[in-house]
Design a protein around this ligand. Structure first.
Ligand code: NAD
Length: 291
């Protein structure tokens, strides 16, 4: 029987845990944790992501602020804003919503974020610490995937985990985390140049799909009884929906789900855990400087 790795329910539970901690902190006279976000331009998806982060911050009792900058913001102006946030003692953590406009060097901007406030876990210092197994801010989506596997008690030790995708924000870090002590998976990472992909994915006990192609993974690519984690998010037009679209993943759930022992739905799987992980990282940043 297929069971759901319910990200929505898990996220609600974790948010309640965070909210309880925040209530205790503020009852003790301390200020609430503060998460800030910087958004450059008016990209629709980015604005939705930032609005969701703001909403979730408020739900757990955090202070939240959003710095909205115009599309024509220069790299220098953005770097100055980051310097300001790095030095503001009332801000515990902040994110710079990606992608940035083409005239701004993304890596240069990420490198300017203080590692102590880098709650997205994207700076080279935090990535280096993660690879070394040191205390760090783990990128939110991979952290959310690990949390989901842990909370549902998915057996990982010695299992063959195949990760499709090698991006810096999902594929590479999740492959690293799942191969580490504690998870102890044997990990194979696949990418756009991988040959005979299907032969590899069919060997996966745990299949993590972060390829960015709608419904790419079909039933013939999945082993019977596998755990499938679908990271993909795509909006497709759907006239039957009030908002005119529906959200699908990188996995063709209509045919894959029946073969799985556990599967993340889309929406309501990895997405909610990504935001919650950001909140967990912010609380951690707060505690480091305030507790
Ligand atoms: P990306 O485009 O940066 O990376 C895609 C990866 O897929 C690349 O490493 C590439 O090598 C690999 N790939 C492409 N074609 C392939 C093929 N034919 N065979 C094997 N590998 C192939 O994407 P990303 O940023 O890692 O995101 C992946 C998906 O996850 C997207 O749909 C994105 O929207 C979604 N996403 C969701 C969340 C969330 O919170 N749920 C967070 C981040 C990203």
């Amino acid at each position: 029987m297929t069971e759901l790795l319910d990200g929505k329910a898990t996220a609600l539970q974790i948010k309640e845990e965070i909210a309880n901690e925040v209530r205790q902190l503020t009852a003790a006279g301390k200020r609430a944790p503060h998460l800030a976000a910087v958004i450059v331009g008016t990209d629709g998806a980015s604005m939705t992501y930032v609005a969701n982060k703001e909403k979730s911050s408020h739900e757990v009792g955090f202070t939240s602020s959003v710095y909205r900058m115009s599309e024509s913001t220069t790299e220098k102006q953005l770097l100055e804003s980051i310097e300001f946030l790095n030095n503001d003692p009332d801000i515990d953590g902040f994110i710079v919503q990606l992608p940035l406009p083409k005239h701004i060097n993304e890596q240069k901007v990420i490198n300017a974020i203080s590692p102590d406030k880098d709650v997205d876990g994207f700076t080279p210092i935090n990535i280096g610490r993660m690879v070394l197994g040191e205390d760090c801010f783990v990128p939110a989506t991979p952290m959310g995937i690990c949390t989901l596997l842990q909370r549902y008690g998915i057996e990982t030790v010695g299992k063959h985990c195949v990760v499709i995708g090698r991006s810096n924000i999902v594929g590479t870090p999740v492959a690293n985390l799942l191969s580490r002590k504690g998870f102890d998976c044997t990990v194979t990472m696949c990418h756009s140049k991988t040959q005979n992909l299907k032969d590899i994915t069919r060997q996966a006990d745990i299949l993590v799909v972060a390829i960015g192609k709608p419904e790419f993974v079909t039933a013939d690519m999945v082993k019977e009884g596998a755990v499938v984690v679908d990271v993909g998010i795509h909006r497709v037009e759907d006239a039957t929906k009030k908002n005119g679209y529906r959200v699908i993943g990188d996995v063709k759930h209509s045919e894959v789900d029946a073969k799985c022992s556990w599967v993340t739905p889309v929406p309501g799987g990895v997405g909610p855990l990504t935001i919650v992980s950001l909140l967990q990282n912010t609380l951690k940043a707060y505690k480091k400087s305030n507790c």
